[in-house]
Write a protein that binds this ligand. Structure first.
Ligand code: SF4
Length: 106
């Protein structure tokens, strides 16, 4: 698995079980239903229906994630992939630039 392929990330709300492993990473928080959402650089999150930085399915591009510490794109890609691999329920979905799912591996 090559982190340089990572282009966007989303959370499957059906499989997210609030294990909260992902909260160790700066781009997640739990919403009021105890489901993980992605924080976006406009101060909103992936669960807000009027957030232009999230798709209707809640996916956010790497460059649109909250990045207060202004780390490099490569660092964000590695962080996202690591967080997805750490989720015990495989609820974090990672896609490449073509929209193909690269994690969890099918
Ligand atoms: S680690 Fe996985 S199951 Fe736990 S809150 Fe995050 S996305 Fe949900």
């Amino acid at each position: 698995m090559d982190a340089s392929q990572v282009a966007s990330v989303g959370v499957n709300r059906d499989t997210c079980q609030a294990a909260a492993t992902c909260l160790a990473y700066q781009v997640y928080e739990l919403d009021d239903e105890s489901k993980a959402v992605l924080l976006t650089r406009n101060g909103s999150n992936s669960d807000e229906s009027d957030n232009p930085l999230a798709t209707a399915e809640g996916f956010v591009r790497i460059e649109d994630l909250l990045n207060d510490q202004r780390v490099s794109r490569e660092t964000m890609q590695a962080l996202v992939l690591e967080s997805a691999q750490a989720c015990p329920f495989n609820a974090i979905i990672v896609k490449d630039a073509d929209g193909n799912q690269i994690w969890p591996q099918e």
